[in-house]
Write a protein that binds this ligand. Structure first.
Ligand code: GRF
Length: 230
């Protein structure tokens, strides 16, 4: 287990594990942000359900504990979730940030981490829950697309909304060009929101997340200029 770190001039950093399934670009943006001495969270582990997830190697090279818990070696979802939970506990994690973790979780696992597990989804929730968000945004003809960081609940892509970023949908966009624009907003938004969450700036009341007055609602938003071309 990695040693506890303290925030520059403050208390203990929150110990955070990141769950991934693939390339891990959001994980990288969280890890890089957390290297700042005044960041309120410390990334203590990266776990993947896929042993070949590219992000695992990157995290290891950065000196972060990285493990795979291969879902294929378990008889069912419950057993996998128990093994994952055990591993998370062994890392001493206090919070979990899901970043492209493509596995449905059992209500049991979600419950173990209630209000301590967050996720990033590539749409402006509650629009376009689930997969193929960019294709669906283009089909619907929305003029703004974006991403959402939310607290995880057992129903997929639901839960109190912590922060959102909006990007324009441009003429001629394909799902790929839109995905790239949203992804670069994800990389800005997620570290910003994890910092607020780890610092205890949210109050969750009747499934609505409210930021404390000092931070202000704008702290959990990111919106690049409308003439961005990437
Ligand atoms: C991101 O678009 C994230 O919002 C979604 O899955 C994708 C993961 O990408 N949940 P990466 O692995 O972080 O690069």
């Amino acid at each position: 287990m990695s040693a506890a770190e303290t925030v520059e001039g403050g208390g203990a950093k929150k110990r955070v594990a990141i769950l991934i399934s693939g390339r891990g670009s959001n994980m990288m943006s969280l890890v890089k942000a957390a290297e700042a001495p005044d960041y309120p969270a410390q990334i203590v582990a990266v776990l993947s359900n896929r042993p070949d997830a590219a992000g695992l190697e990157w995290a290891r090279d950065r000196g972060i504990e990285a493990h795979s818990v291969d879902h294929k070696s378990f008889a069912n979802r419950e057993e996998f979730d128990r093994a994952l939970h055990q591993k998370l506990e062994a890392t001493g994690s206090e919070l979990i940030a899901c970043a492209g973790f493509m596995r449905l979780m059992t209500p049991w696992l979600v419950d173990q981490w209630r209000d301590r597990m967050i996720n990033i989804h590539p749409s402006l929730l509650p629009l376009f829950r689930g997969l193929h968000t960019h294709e669906r945004a283009l089909e619907a003809g929305v003029r703004l697309a974006g991403c959402t960081v939310h607290v995880v609940r057992s129903e997929v892509d639901t839960g109190p909304i912590l922060g959102q970023a909006a990007v324009p949908v441009c003429d001629g966009d394909t799902a790929d060009t839109l995905a790239a624009r949203v992804l670069s907003a994800e990389h800005r938004l997620y570290p910003q929101v994890l910092a607020l969450f780890a610092a205890g700036k949210y109050d969750i009341d009747h499934e609505i997340a409210r930021l404390d007055q000092q931070s202000g609602a704008g702290a959990a938003l990111y919106s690049p200029a409308v003439d961005v071309d990437s």
